[in-house]
Design a protein around this ligand. Structure first.
Ligand code: DAH
Length: 361
């Protein structure tokens, strides 16, 4: 082939390459992000067929040896110019493809932060835990200390040192789960009275509350459970009088139930207090008209109380001629039922979410 033929061949190749490139560019203009990979592959093919070792351009330039010395540089420069042109086109398209590729990557990695979060259900404090906390706060505010005992007690602390010797008839008021002759499940937090006074070794003032679970062999019904909570209170000091007890309990009732709650005190009997009293509040379930919660009386007993019996002070190492005290034992479940209008104590132990969720804040 002579120079003219070779030049023509090169121009033909160049024309074809440009045509294909034009097609690629058109396709790229309309390309969706997903077709980036496909266009890349076609661009690679284009490069191999027009700029690779087996390309026609390469084949034509190999025939340069057929030309004369004067003709060779002419063809050489045409080949070089064509190559440069094609390479430039390739690189331009490559760059645009890369940009599109990056765009595609960004798009696929985007986080939509406007999507609303998923709500996780929040638990709530159990109504018994909540009422115990509220009652504790009232007494902490009056300078009481919180003490805790064990649910397994000895007969001695649960009964004997509370002025309830083994054959005392008042033991019948508290049907007891015995573990052995001497060990039992405590029937009352009053067991903490003597334990606390012994720990204080005759010092005054003693001012504690003792919350905890107690056990009795009772049939479960709307107002009774074989396992329930009590909060014991004990104050011992010089000159403590019944009016101190009265004031304390009035303050407690007002703090928990509000100023308008009707409260009454009745004389009662407990072996470890003398005199003894009980405190009733108006039944909030029926408003006093009478219902099964208040056993048709219109009142619910929420605590027993009294002046600490001299025997109990003496058993605990205190001189009953120098100091005196008052004690009370209140039922948080009863308080919760009244305050939240819960008609059956068993609802407090069943952990039914329909009840518990009403206490979520
Ligand atoms: N422990 C008594 C009971 O469970 C309640 C009680 C009454 C506690 C009078 C006291 C008290 O501290 O002084 O029935």
């Amino acid at each position: 082939m002579d120079l003219a033929e070779l030049e023509a061949a090169i121009n033909k190749v160049r024309g074809l390459a440009k045509e294909q490139m034009q097609q690629l560019e058109d396709d790229l203009r309309q390309a969706k992000l997903e077709s980036v990979g496909e266009l890349r592959r076609r661009l690679d093919e284009w490069r191999v067929s027009h700029l690779g070792k087996k390309s026609q351009l390469q084949q034509v330039s190999r025939q340069m040896s057929d030309l004369s010395k004067e003709e060779r540089p002419k063809l050489g420069s045409l080949v070089n110019q064509t190559k440069a042109e094609l390479e430039a086109q390739h690189d331009r398209l490559e760059e645009r493809l890369s940009a599109l590729f990056r765009q595609q990557q960004f798009a696929s990695e985007t986080l939509d932060i406007t999507l609303p979060g998923r709500r996780h259900p929040l638990g709530s404090v159990h109504p018994i835990t909540r009422i115990i906390g509220e009652i504790e706060d009232v007494f902490l505010g009056m300078g009481y200390e919180i003490v805790e005992g064990t649910e397994i007690e000895t007969d001695e602390y649960n009964f004997e040192k509370l002025n309830l010797p083994k054959d005392h008839p008042a033991r019948d008021m508290q049907d007891t789960f015995y573990i052995t002759e001497e060990l039992l499940l405590r029937t009352q937090t009053s067991a903490m009275q003597v334990r606390t006074m012994e720990r204080m070794k005759g010092k005054v003032p003693v001012r504690v509350i003792a919350p905890g679970r107690v056990y009795r062999r009772d049939e479960d019904d709307a107002t009774h459970s074989h396992a329930f909570n009590q909060i014991e209170g004990l104050v011992v000091d010089e000159g403590i009088r019944m009016s101190d007890l009265k004031g304390t309990l009035e303050l407690f009732a007002r703090a928990i139930f509000g100023p308008d709650q009707e409260v009454r005190r009745l004389p009662s009997f407990f072996p470890f207090t003398e005199p003894s009293a009980e405190v009733d509040v108006r039944c909030t379930v029926c408003g006093g008209a009478g219902c099964r919660v208040c056993k048709e009386t219109g009142w619910i007993e929420i605590l027993g109380a009294g002046m600490v019996h001299p025997n109990v002070l003496e058993f605990a190492g205190y001189d009953s001629k120098k100091v005196s005290g008052f004690a009370f034992g209140l039922g948080p479940e009863r308080v919760a039922m009244l305050k939240y209008g819960i008609e059956d104590i068993r609802l407090l132990y069943q952990n039914d979410l329909r009840l518990l969720s009403q206490f979520a804040r």
